[in-house]
Design a protein around this ligand. Structure first.
Ligand code: BES
Ligand code: MN
Ligand code: ZN
Length: 495
Protein backbone atom coordinates (compact mmCIF):
# COMPACT_ATOMS: atom_id res chain seq x y z
CA UNK A 1 0.00 0.00 0.00
CA UNK A 2 1.54 3.28 -1.19
CA UNK A 3 0.56 6.62 0.28
CA UNK A 4 1.11 9.95 -1.43
CA UNK A 5 0.46 13.50 -0.36
CA UNK A 6 -0.97 15.74 -3.05
CA UNK A 7 -3.38 18.60 -3.46
CA UNK A 8 -6.23 17.01 -5.39
CA UNK A 9 -9.66 18.48 -6.06
CA UNK A 10 -12.32 16.01 -4.85
CA UNK A 11 -14.02 15.92 -8.23
CA UNK A 12 -10.73 14.85 -9.87
CA UNK A 13 -9.92 11.98 -7.50
CA UNK A 14 -9.81 8.53 -9.11
CA UNK A 15 -10.97 5.23 -7.68
CA UNK A 16 -12.81 5.77 -4.43
CA UNK A 17 -13.17 9.21 -2.83
CA UNK A 18 -13.58 8.90 0.93
CA UNK A 19 -15.53 11.81 2.43
CA UNK A 20 -16.40 12.71 6.01
CA UNK A 21 -19.85 13.73 7.22
CA UNK A 22 -20.69 15.02 10.71
CA UNK A 23 -24.01 14.30 12.31
CA UNK A 24 -25.44 17.52 13.70
CA UNK A 25 -28.09 18.03 16.35
CA UNK A 26 -31.18 15.87 15.74
CA UNK A 27 -31.29 14.42 12.25
CA UNK A 28 -29.15 17.22 10.77
CA UNK A 29 -25.95 16.51 8.90
CA UNK A 30 -22.95 18.64 8.16
CA UNK A 31 -20.81 17.90 5.15
CA UNK A 32 -17.07 18.46 5.39
CA UNK A 33 -15.70 20.78 2.67
CA UNK A 34 -14.70 18.03 0.18
CA UNK A 35 -18.10 16.34 0.65
CA UNK A 36 -19.82 19.64 -0.02
CA UNK A 37 -17.77 20.10 -3.15
CA UNK A 38 -18.74 16.70 -4.55
CA UNK A 39 -22.34 17.35 -3.57
CA UNK A 40 -22.29 20.51 -5.68
CA UNK A 41 -20.57 18.86 -8.65
CA UNK A 42 -22.94 15.90 -8.59
CA UNK A 43 -26.15 17.82 -8.39
CA UNK A 44 -26.82 17.15 -4.73
CA UNK A 45 -26.27 13.38 -4.89
CA UNK A 46 -24.64 13.30 -1.44
CA UNK A 47 -27.41 15.26 0.26
CA UNK A 48 -29.95 12.85 -1.16
CA UNK A 49 -28.10 9.78 0.06
CA UNK A 50 -27.40 11.03 3.58
CA UNK A 51 -30.50 9.51 5.09
CA UNK A 52 -28.98 6.07 4.54
CA UNK A 53 -25.72 6.86 6.34
CA UNK A 54 -25.94 5.66 9.96
CA UNK A 55 -24.90 8.34 12.46
CA UNK A 56 -22.50 6.07 14.36
CA UNK A 57 -18.89 7.18 14.03
CA UNK A 58 -17.10 5.09 11.43
CA UNK A 59 -20.31 3.93 9.72
CA UNK A 60 -20.06 4.10 5.93
CA UNK A 61 -22.23 4.40 2.84
CA UNK A 62 -21.03 3.62 -0.66
CA UNK A 63 -22.27 5.59 -3.68
CA UNK A 64 -21.44 4.62 -7.24
CA UNK A 65 -20.95 6.49 -10.48
CA UNK A 66 -22.07 9.94 -9.45
CA UNK A 67 -22.26 12.39 -12.30
CA UNK A 68 -19.88 15.30 -12.60
CA UNK A 69 -16.90 13.68 -10.86
CA UNK A 70 -14.08 11.38 -11.94
CA UNK A 71 -14.13 8.85 -9.07
CA UNK A 72 -16.22 5.74 -9.78
CA UNK A 73 -17.09 5.44 -6.14
CA UNK A 74 -17.69 7.70 -3.22
CA UNK A 75 -17.49 6.39 0.31
CA UNK A 76 -19.25 8.50 2.92
CA UNK A 77 -17.92 8.05 6.44
CA UNK A 78 -19.77 9.22 9.49
CA UNK A 79 -17.63 11.33 11.82
CA UNK A 80 -20.22 11.35 14.58
CA UNK A 81 -21.36 14.47 16.40
CA UNK A 82 -19.32 17.58 15.63
CA UNK A 83 -19.13 18.49 19.36
CA UNK A 84 -17.83 15.06 20.33
CA UNK A 85 -15.34 14.79 17.51
CA UNK A 86 -11.77 14.21 18.68
CA UNK A 87 -8.86 11.80 18.52
CA UNK A 88 -10.88 8.67 19.23
CA UNK A 89 -13.55 9.58 16.66
CA UNK A 90 -10.93 10.32 14.00
CA UNK A 91 -9.39 6.91 14.52
CA UNK A 92 -12.80 5.22 14.44
CA UNK A 93 -13.61 7.00 11.19
CA UNK A 94 -10.35 5.83 9.59
CA UNK A 95 -11.00 2.29 10.77
CA UNK A 96 -14.54 2.37 9.40
CA UNK A 97 -13.28 3.64 6.06
CA UNK A 98 -10.52 1.01 5.97
CA UNK A 99 -12.97 -1.81 6.67
CA UNK A 100 -15.24 -0.64 3.87
CA UNK A 101 -12.36 -0.25 1.39
CA UNK A 102 -11.18 -3.75 2.25
CA UNK A 103 -14.65 -5.15 1.66
CA UNK A 104 -14.85 -3.32 -1.67
CA UNK A 105 -11.48 -4.52 -2.89
CA UNK A 106 -10.78 -0.95 -4.04
CA UNK A 107 -7.42 -0.36 -5.77
CA UNK A 108 -7.17 3.41 -5.47
CA UNK A 109 -8.57 5.70 -2.84
CA UNK A 110 -8.33 9.35 -1.82
CA UNK A 111 -8.83 9.86 1.91
CA UNK A 112 -10.44 13.27 2.19
CA UNK A 113 -11.21 12.81 5.84
CA UNK A 114 -7.54 13.26 6.69
CA UNK A 115 -8.12 17.00 6.48
CA UNK A 116 -10.66 17.38 9.34
CA UNK A 117 -9.55 19.36 12.35
CA UNK A 118 -8.87 17.13 15.40
CA UNK A 119 -8.84 19.30 18.52
CA UNK A 120 -5.51 21.08 18.73
CA UNK A 121 -3.56 18.44 16.83
CA UNK A 122 -1.51 19.42 13.80
CA UNK A 123 -2.66 17.82 10.54
CA UNK A 124 0.50 15.68 10.63
CA UNK A 125 -1.12 13.89 13.59
CA UNK A 126 -4.10 13.07 11.35
CA UNK A 127 -1.77 11.88 8.64
CA UNK A 128 0.17 9.56 10.94
CA UNK A 129 -2.98 8.05 12.40
CA UNK A 130 -4.61 7.67 8.99
CA UNK A 131 -1.60 5.75 7.67
CA UNK A 132 -1.29 3.58 10.78
CA UNK A 133 -5.03 2.89 10.89
CA UNK A 134 -5.14 1.86 7.23
CA UNK A 135 -2.04 -0.31 7.41
CA UNK A 136 -3.36 -1.92 10.58
CA UNK A 137 -6.69 -2.80 9.00
CA UNK A 138 -5.08 -4.40 5.94
CA UNK A 139 -2.61 -6.51 7.93
CA UNK A 140 -2.90 -10.23 7.25
CA UNK A 141 -1.35 -13.26 8.81
CA UNK A 142 -2.44 -16.20 6.71
CA UNK A 143 0.68 -17.74 5.26
CA UNK A 144 0.18 -20.80 7.45
CA UNK A 145 -3.30 -21.42 6.05
CA UNK A 146 -3.39 -23.53 2.91
CA UNK A 147 -6.78 -22.17 1.77
CA UNK A 148 -6.59 -18.40 1.65
CA UNK A 149 -9.95 -16.70 1.61
CA UNK A 150 -10.89 -14.08 0.87
CA UNK A 151 -8.15 -13.27 -1.66
CA UNK A 152 -5.62 -10.64 -0.67
CA UNK A 153 -7.16 -7.16 -0.65
CA UNK A 154 -6.04 -4.92 -3.44
CA UNK A 155 -5.71 -1.38 -2.07
CA UNK A 156 -2.55 -0.14 -3.76
CA UNK A 157 -2.59 3.64 -3.84
CA UNK A 158 -3.93 5.93 -1.19
CA UNK A 159 -3.87 9.65 -1.81
CA UNK A 160 -3.77 11.88 1.23
CA UNK A 161 -5.20 15.06 -0.26
CA UNK A 162 -3.22 17.75 1.57
CA UNK A 163 -0.91 20.47 0.32
CA UNK A 164 2.54 18.88 0.32
CA UNK A 165 5.31 20.22 2.52
CA UNK A 166 8.40 19.03 4.36
CA UNK A 167 6.62 18.49 7.68
CA UNK A 168 3.94 16.29 6.15
CA UNK A 169 6.46 14.32 4.11
CA UNK A 170 8.38 13.63 7.33
CA UNK A 171 5.16 12.56 9.06
CA UNK A 172 4.42 10.20 6.18
CA UNK A 173 7.90 8.72 6.32
CA UNK A 174 7.56 8.27 10.08
CA UNK A 175 4.12 6.69 9.84
CA UNK A 176 5.04 4.27 7.05
CA UNK A 177 8.17 3.13 8.89
CA UNK A 178 6.19 2.82 12.13
CA UNK A 179 3.60 0.70 10.32
CA UNK A 180 6.42 -1.55 9.06
CA UNK A 181 7.62 -1.90 12.65
CA UNK A 182 4.13 -2.66 13.96
CA UNK A 183 3.71 -5.27 11.25
CA UNK A 184 6.98 -6.95 12.17
CA UNK A 185 6.05 -7.04 15.86
CA UNK A 186 2.61 -8.45 15.04
CA UNK A 187 3.96 -11.16 12.80
CA UNK A 188 6.60 -12.22 15.31
CA UNK A 189 3.90 -12.39 17.99
CA UNK A 190 1.51 -14.35 15.78
CA UNK A 191 4.08 -16.93 14.68
CA UNK A 192 3.69 -20.23 16.51
CA UNK A 193 6.15 -21.06 19.29
CA UNK A 194 7.62 -23.96 17.32
CA UNK A 195 8.68 -21.45 14.67
CA UNK A 196 9.38 -18.30 16.64
CA UNK A 197 12.13 -19.64 18.92
CA UNK A 198 14.98 -17.65 20.49
CA UNK A 199 17.13 -18.60 17.47
CA UNK A 200 14.40 -17.31 15.14
CA UNK A 201 14.34 -13.98 16.93
CA UNK A 202 18.13 -13.78 16.62
CA UNK A 203 17.88 -14.57 12.89
CA UNK A 204 15.24 -11.85 12.52
CA UNK A 205 17.58 -9.40 14.22
CA UNK A 206 20.30 -10.52 11.79
CA UNK A 207 17.98 -9.74 8.86
CA UNK A 208 17.31 -6.25 10.20
CA UNK A 209 21.02 -5.75 10.80
CA UNK A 210 21.77 -6.54 7.14
CA UNK A 211 18.87 -4.58 5.72
CA UNK A 212 19.42 -1.42 7.78
CA UNK A 213 23.15 -1.66 8.54
CA UNK A 214 22.70 -2.16 12.27
CA UNK A 215 25.27 -3.69 14.61
CA UNK A 216 24.29 -7.04 16.06
CA UNK A 217 25.73 -9.06 18.87
CA UNK A 218 24.17 -12.29 20.12
CA UNK A 219 25.28 -13.70 23.46
CA UNK A 220 25.08 -17.49 23.72
CA UNK A 221 24.68 -19.66 26.82
CA UNK A 222 28.48 -19.80 27.32
CA UNK A 223 28.65 -15.99 27.32
CA UNK A 224 25.83 -15.80 29.85
CA UNK A 225 27.63 -18.29 32.05
CA UNK A 226 30.88 -16.35 31.87
CA UNK A 227 29.11 -13.11 32.72
CA UNK A 228 27.18 -14.70 35.58
CA UNK A 229 23.60 -14.26 34.41
CA UNK A 230 22.29 -16.74 36.95
CA UNK A 231 18.66 -15.59 36.74
CA UNK A 232 18.35 -15.79 32.96
CA UNK A 233 20.11 -19.17 32.97
CA UNK A 234 17.71 -20.48 35.63
CA UNK A 235 14.74 -19.81 33.37
CA UNK A 236 16.16 -21.48 30.26
CA UNK A 237 17.47 -24.58 32.04
CA UNK A 238 14.86 -27.14 30.95
CA UNK A 239 14.44 -25.92 27.38
CA UNK A 240 15.91 -27.67 24.36
CA UNK A 241 16.04 -24.31 22.58
CA UNK A 242 19.32 -22.50 23.24
CA UNK A 243 18.83 -19.09 24.87
CA UNK A 244 19.98 -15.91 23.12
CA UNK A 245 20.66 -12.44 24.41
CA UNK A 246 20.19 -10.29 21.34
CA UNK A 247 21.80 -6.85 21.24
CA UNK A 248 20.90 -4.76 18.20
CA UNK A 249 22.24 -1.24 17.81
CA UNK A 250 21.11 1.61 15.57
CA UNK A 251 23.39 4.65 15.52
CA UNK A 252 21.64 7.46 13.70
CA UNK A 253 22.64 10.22 16.10
CA UNK A 254 25.84 11.97 17.06
CA UNK A 255 28.49 9.74 18.57
CA UNK A 256 28.48 11.87 21.71
CA UNK A 257 24.78 11.21 22.32
CA UNK A 258 24.07 8.58 24.95
CA UNK A 259 21.76 5.87 23.66
CA UNK A 260 18.20 5.03 24.51
CA UNK A 261 18.21 1.36 25.53
CA UNK A 262 15.07 -0.71 24.99
CA UNK A 263 14.98 -4.02 26.86
CA UNK A 264 12.31 -6.48 25.66
CA UNK A 265 11.13 -9.69 27.33
CA UNK A 266 11.56 -12.51 24.82
CA UNK A 267 10.00 -15.63 26.34
CA UNK A 268 9.10 -17.50 23.16
CA UNK A 269 6.86 -19.82 25.17
CA UNK A 270 5.88 -19.63 28.82
CA UNK A 271 4.57 -22.88 30.25
CA UNK A 272 5.18 -21.58 33.76
CA UNK A 273 7.92 -24.18 34.28
CA UNK A 274 7.53 -26.40 37.35
CA UNK A 275 4.90 -23.88 38.58
CA UNK A 276 2.98 -25.08 35.52
CA UNK A 277 0.19 -22.95 34.07
CA UNK A 278 -3.30 -24.43 33.56
CA UNK A 279 -3.96 -25.85 30.08
CA UNK A 280 -6.72 -23.42 29.07
CA UNK A 281 -5.39 -20.67 26.83
CA UNK A 282 -1.81 -21.71 27.42
CA UNK A 283 -1.29 -21.33 23.66
CA UNK A 284 -1.44 -17.57 24.22
CA UNK A 285 1.89 -17.76 25.99
CA UNK A 286 3.48 -17.76 22.53
CA UNK A 287 2.88 -14.00 22.75
CA UNK A 288 5.19 -13.81 25.77
CA UNK A 289 7.99 -12.59 23.46
CA UNK A 290 5.99 -9.50 22.51
CA UNK A 291 8.31 -7.19 24.46
CA UNK A 292 11.25 -8.35 22.35
CA UNK A 293 9.05 -8.21 19.23
CA UNK A 294 8.17 -4.60 19.97
CA UNK A 295 11.84 -3.72 20.41
CA UNK A 296 12.67 -5.25 17.01
CA UNK A 297 9.67 -3.41 15.56
CA UNK A 298 10.72 -0.08 17.05
CA UNK A 299 14.29 -0.53 15.77
CA UNK A 300 13.01 -1.37 12.34
CA UNK A 301 10.84 1.73 12.36
CA UNK A 302 13.53 4.11 13.62
CA UNK A 303 16.19 2.74 11.28
CA UNK A 304 13.73 2.70 8.39
CA UNK A 305 12.99 6.42 8.79
CA UNK A 306 16.66 7.20 9.51
CA UNK A 307 15.80 8.86 12.79
CA UNK A 308 18.62 11.07 14.11
CA UNK A 309 19.17 9.19 17.37
CA UNK A 310 21.00 6.28 18.96
CA UNK A 311 19.08 3.30 20.23
CA UNK A 312 20.10 -0.13 21.42
CA UNK A 313 17.72 -3.05 21.73
CA UNK A 314 18.55 -5.67 24.35
CA UNK A 315 16.42 -8.81 24.09
CA UNK A 316 16.83 -11.76 26.43
CA UNK A 317 15.16 -14.67 24.62
CA UNK A 318 14.43 -18.16 25.90
CA UNK A 319 11.67 -20.65 26.70
CA UNK A 320 10.22 -21.36 30.14
CA UNK A 321 9.75 -25.15 30.24
CA UNK A 322 9.28 -27.82 32.92
CA UNK A 323 11.53 -30.89 32.97
CA UNK A 324 14.17 -32.74 34.90
CA UNK A 325 16.67 -29.94 34.50
CA UNK A 326 14.20 -27.17 35.33
CA UNK A 327 14.55 -24.69 38.16
CA UNK A 328 12.56 -25.60 41.27
CA UNK A 329 10.51 -23.40 43.53
CA UNK A 330 12.94 -22.69 46.34
CA UNK A 331 16.06 -22.53 44.14
CA UNK A 332 18.30 -19.60 44.91
CA UNK A 333 20.27 -17.99 42.07
CA UNK A 334 22.88 -15.26 41.85
CA UNK A 335 21.97 -12.57 39.35
CA UNK A 336 24.41 -10.62 37.17
CA UNK A 337 24.10 -7.77 39.67
CA UNK A 338 25.43 -10.04 42.42
CA UNK A 339 22.14 -9.97 44.33
CA UNK A 340 20.63 -13.36 45.18
CA UNK A 341 17.03 -14.28 44.41
CA UNK A 342 14.86 -17.05 45.83
CA UNK A 343 12.70 -18.40 43.00
CA UNK A 344 9.44 -19.09 44.82
CA UNK A 345 7.45 -19.41 41.61
CA UNK A 346 9.03 -20.45 38.31
CA UNK A 347 6.16 -18.77 36.43
CA UNK A 348 7.47 -15.36 37.52
CA UNK A 349 10.22 -15.84 34.90
CA UNK A 350 9.95 -12.57 33.02
CA UNK A 351 11.50 -10.55 35.83
CA UNK A 352 14.30 -13.12 36.08
CA UNK A 353 15.43 -12.74 32.49
CA UNK A 354 14.86 -8.98 32.58
CA UNK A 355 16.87 -8.36 35.72
CA UNK A 356 20.02 -9.74 34.11
CA UNK A 357 19.32 -7.92 30.84
CA UNK A 358 18.81 -4.65 32.75
CA UNK A 359 22.10 -5.10 34.59
CA UNK A 360 23.73 -5.79 31.22
CA UNK A 361 22.15 -2.64 29.74
CA UNK A 362 24.09 -0.45 32.18
CA UNK A 363 27.30 -1.13 30.22
CA UNK A 364 26.00 1.00 27.34
CA UNK A 365 25.96 4.06 29.61
CA UNK A 366 22.41 4.77 28.56
CA UNK A 367 20.62 8.09 28.64
CA UNK A 368 17.38 6.23 29.42
CA UNK A 369 16.40 2.56 29.71
CA UNK A 370 12.86 1.39 29.01
CA UNK A 371 11.91 -2.24 29.44
CA UNK A 372 8.86 -3.71 27.75
CA UNK A 373 7.33 -6.96 28.98
CA UNK A 374 4.18 -9.08 29.03
CA UNK A 375 4.99 -9.36 32.70
CA UNK A 376 1.90 -9.99 34.83
CA UNK A 377 -1.67 -11.20 34.63
CA UNK A 378 -2.27 -8.74 37.46
CA UNK A 379 -1.66 -5.84 35.08
CA UNK A 380 -4.48 -7.14 32.87
CA UNK A 381 -6.75 -7.19 35.91
CA UNK A 382 -5.76 -3.63 36.83
CA UNK A 383 -5.85 -1.91 33.42
CA UNK A 384 -7.58 -4.34 31.06
CA UNK A 385 -6.70 -4.20 27.39
CA UNK A 386 -6.75 -0.43 27.06
CA UNK A 387 -3.64 0.92 28.76
CA UNK A 388 -0.21 -0.56 29.32
CA UNK A 389 1.11 -0.22 32.87
CA UNK A 390 3.86 2.35 33.35
CA UNK A 391 6.40 2.58 36.17
CA UNK A 392 9.41 4.86 36.32
CA UNK A 393 12.08 5.84 38.80
CA UNK A 394 12.00 9.43 37.55
CA UNK A 395 8.77 11.42 37.18
CA UNK A 396 9.98 13.48 34.23
CA UNK A 397 10.57 10.29 32.26
CA UNK A 398 7.12 8.97 33.19
CA UNK A 399 5.58 12.25 32.00
CA UNK A 400 7.44 12.05 28.70
CA UNK A 401 6.27 8.49 28.12
CA UNK A 402 2.72 9.40 29.00
CA UNK A 403 2.69 12.32 26.54
CA UNK A 404 4.22 10.17 23.78
CA UNK A 405 1.63 7.46 24.47
CA UNK A 406 -1.25 9.93 24.15
CA UNK A 407 0.26 11.30 20.95
CA UNK A 408 0.60 7.77 19.54
CA UNK A 409 -2.82 6.77 20.94
CA UNK A 410 -1.00 3.78 22.39
CA UNK A 411 -1.86 4.67 25.91
CA UNK A 412 -0.26 3.98 29.27
CA UNK A 413 -1.27 4.57 32.87
CA UNK A 414 1.24 5.22 35.59
CA UNK A 415 1.35 3.00 38.66
CA UNK A 416 3.29 3.60 41.89
CA UNK A 417 6.77 2.38 42.65
CA UNK A 418 6.74 3.18 46.34
CA UNK A 419 9.27 1.64 48.67
CA UNK A 420 6.38 0.24 50.76
CA UNK A 421 5.81 -2.52 48.20
CA UNK A 422 9.36 -3.88 48.54
CA UNK A 423 8.39 -5.52 51.84
CA UNK A 424 6.32 -8.07 49.91
CA UNK A 425 9.45 -9.45 48.22
CA UNK A 426 11.11 -10.37 51.54
CA UNK A 427 12.86 -13.75 51.65
CA UNK A 428 14.19 -15.65 54.67
CA UNK A 429 16.91 -17.30 52.61
CA UNK A 430 18.09 -14.94 49.84
CA UNK A 431 18.32 -11.17 49.31
CA UNK A 432 14.72 -11.22 48.13
CA UNK A 433 12.12 -13.45 46.42
CA UNK A 434 10.85 -13.33 42.85
CA UNK A 435 7.18 -13.03 43.84
CA UNK A 436 5.30 -10.81 46.26
CA UNK A 437 1.94 -12.52 46.72
CA UNK A 438 -1.40 -11.67 45.14
CA UNK A 439 -1.91 -8.05 46.22
CA UNK A 440 -0.55 -5.50 43.72
CA UNK A 441 1.00 -8.22 41.57
CA UNK A 442 2.06 -5.93 38.73
CA UNK A 443 3.56 -3.43 41.18
CA UNK A 444 5.65 -5.98 43.06
CA UNK A 445 6.94 -7.24 39.68
CA UNK A 446 8.00 -3.68 38.82
CA UNK A 447 9.45 -3.29 42.32
CA UNK A 448 11.56 -6.38 41.72
CA UNK A 449 13.00 -4.83 38.54
CA UNK A 450 13.60 -1.54 40.36
CA UNK A 451 16.21 -3.29 42.50
CA UNK A 452 18.33 -3.71 39.37
CA UNK A 453 17.97 -0.22 37.91
CA UNK A 454 18.88 2.06 40.80
CA UNK A 455 21.73 3.68 38.85
CA UNK A 456 19.68 4.16 35.68
CA UNK A 457 16.96 6.52 34.48
CA UNK A 458 14.52 3.73 33.94
CA UNK A 459 10.91 3.03 33.04
CA UNK A 460 9.00 -0.23 32.78
CA UNK A 461 6.01 -0.99 30.55
CA UNK A 462 3.81 -3.97 31.41
CA UNK A 463 2.08 -4.84 28.14
CA UNK A 464 0.39 -8.09 29.25
CA UNK A 465 -3.05 -6.63 28.47
CA UNK A 466 -2.20 -4.66 25.35
CA UNK A 467 0.21 -6.73 23.25
CA UNK A 468 -2.41 -9.16 22.01
CA UNK A 469 -6.13 -9.82 21.81
CA UNK A 470 -7.91 -13.01 22.89
CA UNK A 471 -11.10 -14.62 21.64
CA UNK A 472 -12.35 -14.37 18.05
CA UNK A 473 -9.90 -11.61 17.25
CA UNK A 474 -7.01 -13.50 18.79
CA UNK A 475 -3.73 -12.06 17.61
CA UNK A 476 -0.86 -9.72 18.24
CA UNK A 477 -1.56 -5.96 18.19
CA UNK A 478 1.95 -4.63 17.59
CA UNK A 479 1.65 -2.43 20.66
CA UNK A 480 3.61 -0.61 22.02
CA UNK A 481 5.67 0.00 18.84
CA UNK A 482 3.85 3.28 18.06
CA UNK A 483 4.53 4.53 21.59
CA UNK A 484 8.21 3.52 21.56
CA UNK A 485 8.81 5.22 18.22
CA UNK A 486 7.03 8.41 19.20
CA UNK A 487 8.82 8.49 22.55
CA UNK A 488 12.24 8.00 20.95
CA UNK A 489 11.61 10.79 18.43
CA UNK A 490 10.17 13.24 20.95
CA UNK A 491 12.88 12.49 23.47
CA UNK A 492 15.67 12.98 20.92
CA UNK A 493 14.07 16.16 19.64
CA UNK A 494 13.88 17.87 22.98
CA UNK A 495 17.61 18.08 23.56
N1 BES B 1 3.78 -14.17 30.91
C1 BES B 1 3.13 -14.16 32.16
C2 BES B 1 2.22 -12.96 32.34
C3 BES B 1 0.89 -13.03 31.67
C4 BES B 1 -0.11 -13.83 32.19
C5 BES B 1 0.62 -12.23 30.60
C6 BES B 1 -1.35 -13.84 31.59
C7 BES B 1 -0.62 -12.25 29.99
C8 BES B 1 -1.60 -13.06 30.50
C9 BES B 1 4.16 -14.13 33.29
O1 BES B 1 5.35 -14.77 33.02
C10 BES B 1 3.54 -14.81 34.47
O2 BES B 1 3.30 -15.96 34.38
N2 BES B 1 3.29 -14.05 35.53
C11 BES B 1 2.69 -14.59 36.69
C12 BES B 1 3.41 -14.02 37.89
C13 BES B 1 3.02 -14.67 39.19
C14 BES B 1 3.49 -16.10 39.22
C15 BES B 1 3.61 -13.88 40.32
C16 BES B 1 1.22 -14.17 36.69
O3 BES B 1 0.92 -13.06 36.27
O4 BES B 1 0.39 -14.99 37.04
MN1 MN C 1 5.26 -16.85 33.55
ZN1 ZN D 1 5.89 -14.94 31.07
Amino acid sequence: MEFSIKALAPESATGCAVLGVFSGAGAGRELTAPAKRIDQKSNGAIGKALRDLPAKTGATLLLRELRGIVAERVLLVSLGERDEFGEAAFRDAVRGAAAALKELGARDAALYLVDVRVGRRHVSWNLRHAVLGMRDAFYRFDHLKTQKKPPAPALENVVLPLSPGAQLQAALREASATADGVELARTLGNLPPNVCTPAYLAAEAQKLARQFKLELEVLERRDMEKLGMGALLAVTRASHQPPKLIVLRYSGGARSRKPLVLVGKGITFDTGGISLKPAGEMDEMKFDMSGAGSVLGALRALAGMRAPLNVIGVMPACENMPGGAASRPGDIVTTLSGQTVEILNTDAEGRLILCDALSYAARFEPDVVVDIATLTGACVIALGHVASGLWANEQKLADELRAAADDAWDRVWQMPLWEDYQEQLRSNFADFANIGGRPAGSITAASFLARFTKKLRWAHLDIAGTAWKSGREKGSTGRPVPLLVRFALRHAGRK
